[in-house]
Design a protein around this ligand. Structure first.
Ligand SMILES: [Fe+2]
Length: 250
């Protein structure tokens, strides 16, 4: 849990210098939230919207990671922990395994509202962190980190990476007869979200076998995503993935 000392991730930990954010940056945050939230109120999973309120995200100011973590930790043990940027895999997995979500502190500028090649605080906090308030999702994500941290086989890690991609980053769920988004890449991108909601992307029922055998393409909008019926399904899929990784059948 989060009292454990980090080793692989230690060199990447930083402090969020909240007072250094400019009014322009707060205004960009407000604009990013303002353009996504109305869409998400219609199209996001209810657990995401509940998480948004639970962690106390503000619409008009950038989030203080310490405040977010103070609200999150008592619920699920997760924190949103500032890091200097892209993490090598062992550091990333170590943080997930100890319920610390590696969170970038920089924010895109006004010229790049829609897309940044590397995650920023909008993608990381607005996109990811609300789901960490959900107990089953929270357990799944820790388990994912633990299994990956213990896996050396590159082919297995690639398949586990696809499981992460099609859930944490681009996951959708069926609720009330509709497809709703919960993956951070959909939550934090107008274009990706519209692509799914506009019916331009096929939605298959989530099945571990198909998910881990569907290669990830990062340079185009998705043509196929996978819908769970509940978050129990991804929790169970992770248990199954671990069993299969151990006996080399993933
Ligand atoms: Fe992400």
């Amino acid at each position: 849990m989060s009292t454990e000392v980090l080793s692989a991730a230690a060199p990447y930990l930083i402090e969020q210098n909240y007072d250094a954010y400019t009014e322009e940056q707060h205004a960009v945050w407000a604009e990013l939230v303002g353009r996504m939230l109305p869409e998400l109120e219609r199209h996001a999973a209810r657990e995401y919207l509940e998480g948004f309120e639970i962690i106390g995200l503000r619409r008009d100011r950038l989030p203080k990671l310490a405040d977010i973590s103070a609200r999150l930790k008592p619920r699920t043990g997760w924190s949103s922990t500032a890091v200097s940027g892209f993490l090598p895999a062992p550091a990333f997995f170590e943080m997930l395994a100890t319920r610390r979500f590696p969170t970038t502190t920089w924010l895109r500028n006004r010229e790049h509202l829609e897309y940044t090649p590397e995650p920023d605080i909008f993608h990381d906090v607005f996109g990811h962190v609300p789901m960490h308030a959900h107990a089953v999702f929270a357990d799944f994500l820790e388990h994912y980190g633990r299994v990956c941290a213990q896996t050396a086989d590159a082919a297995v890690l690639e398949k586990l990476g696809r499981l992460f991609w099609y859930t944490v980053e681009f996951g959708v769920i069926r609720q009330g007869g509709e497809v709703k988004v919960y993956g951070s890449g959909l939550i934090s991108s107008h274009g990706e979200c519209l692509n799914v909601m506009g019916g331009h992307c096929a939605i298959h029922d989530f099945a571990l076998e198909e998910v881990v055998n569907t290669p990830v393409k990062v340079d185009e909008l998705h043509k196929l995503l996978f819908a769970v019926r509940s978050f129990d399904e991804i929790y169970e899929a992770m248990q199954e993935a671990e069993r299969r990784a151990l006996c080399n059948t993933l």
